[in-house]
Design a protein around this ligand. Structure first.
Ligand SMILES: [Fe+2]
Length: 303
């Protein structure tokens, strides 16, 4: 494994494709001090400050971190890292985690506008009770494997999911699946229905007032499969499309090669959105259940 001073880097316990990056205490202290120059309003209102905090992070590694993160995300064999903190302290609060997430993604690319929050990032809660209109906040239902950005016009090359806080949580593990580990990838990728245009829409809470059309599968520059799919939002036009989506959903959920991992508070999963799918297992019932997440999606910088 590559060595970067101030960070501990290893392979994930359950998958060689996922790299674990732990930020050591000393590095966190330095970061926290640097980040304190800006409040969240500055980060939100002035896009250039987002690059400044990103540079603070990269400078601590002689600019090695940005290269490494980009290499991981663009490499088909990996495409995913989990970055976390050696230890949570009073300095690594929610504000620090927003700044850190901002810094990390600005070493990779530009965030998309998140229509749900009206910002470049969205923070949202999962609780015992939910009256929303999508699976995102339904604690006791499986959040099925999917990619992000399926129903928007924005290009979504990557996504970040940071766990800001949780209390009284059992279950709710993160679930990841790499296309090349999925048993039925070739079969469904080669099905002509998967290359037809599907119509994708979204419920009200997403604040997206248009529909888009695109296939489920497409090819990368090496003709390898890529996917853009979520179970709730395609509108099948006929029986063929309906049955294809059902088969796809059953096959993804039935995969034996899913990586199931418990994401610690303060950690973030960052994944390539073309060949990694993500989801979440249901939580165990608890009236006091609380989880807060942050998400950012975006495009890669051109290199
Ligand atoms: Fe998602």
């Amino acid at each position: 494994m590559i060595k970067i001073s101030g960070f501990k880097i290893s392979k994930h316990n359950s998958s060689n494709r996922i790299i674990n990056i732990q930020i050591k205490d000393k590095t966190l202290e330095k970061l926290s001090e640097k980040f304190s120059r800006f409040d969240l309003t500055a980060i939100e209102y002035k896009p250039f400050t987002r690059f400044t905090v990103a540079k603070y992070l990269d400078d601590l590694t002689n600019n090695e971190l940005s290269k490494y993160l980009n290499d991981i995300l663009r490499d088909r064999k990996t495409g995913c890292f989990i970055i976390g903190l050696e230890k949570l302290t009073s300095d690594t609060d929610d504000i620090f985690l927003v700044k850190l997430s901002t810094a990390i993604v600005h070493l990779i690319g530009l965030p998309n506008h998140d229509a749900m929050s009206g910002k470049f990032y969205a923070r949202f809660n999962v609780k015992h009770e939910d009256k929303s209109d999508s699976y995102l906040r339904k604690a006791y239902t499986n959040l099925d494997l999917h990619t992000d950005g399926t129903y928007v016009k924005d290009v979504t090359d990557w996504l970040m999911m940071t766990k800001i806080e949780e209390k009284n949580v059992k279950g709710g593990e993160s679930v990841m699946l790499h296309l090349d580990d999925w048993e039925h990838c070739r079969e469904l990728f080669n099905d002509p229905i998967g290359r037809e245009n599907f119509t994708w829409s979204s419920p009200k809470s997403k604040n997206v007032d248009y529909k888009v059309e695109h296939p489920v599968f497409f090819e990368d520059y090496n003709r390898l499969p890529q996917i853009s799919y979520i179970d709730q939002f395609p509108e099948p036009k006929n029986m063929k499309q309906g049955l294809f989506l059902q088969k796809l959903s059953d096959s993804l959920e039935g995969s034996k090669n899913k990586v199931i991992t418990k994401l610690p508070v303060g950690s973030a999963i960052v994944a390539n959105n073309y060949f990694w799918l993500h989801g979440r297992k249901p939580f165990k019932k608890n009236k006091k259940l609380f989880r807060e997440l942050l998400r950012i999606r975006g495009t890669f910088f051109k290199i």
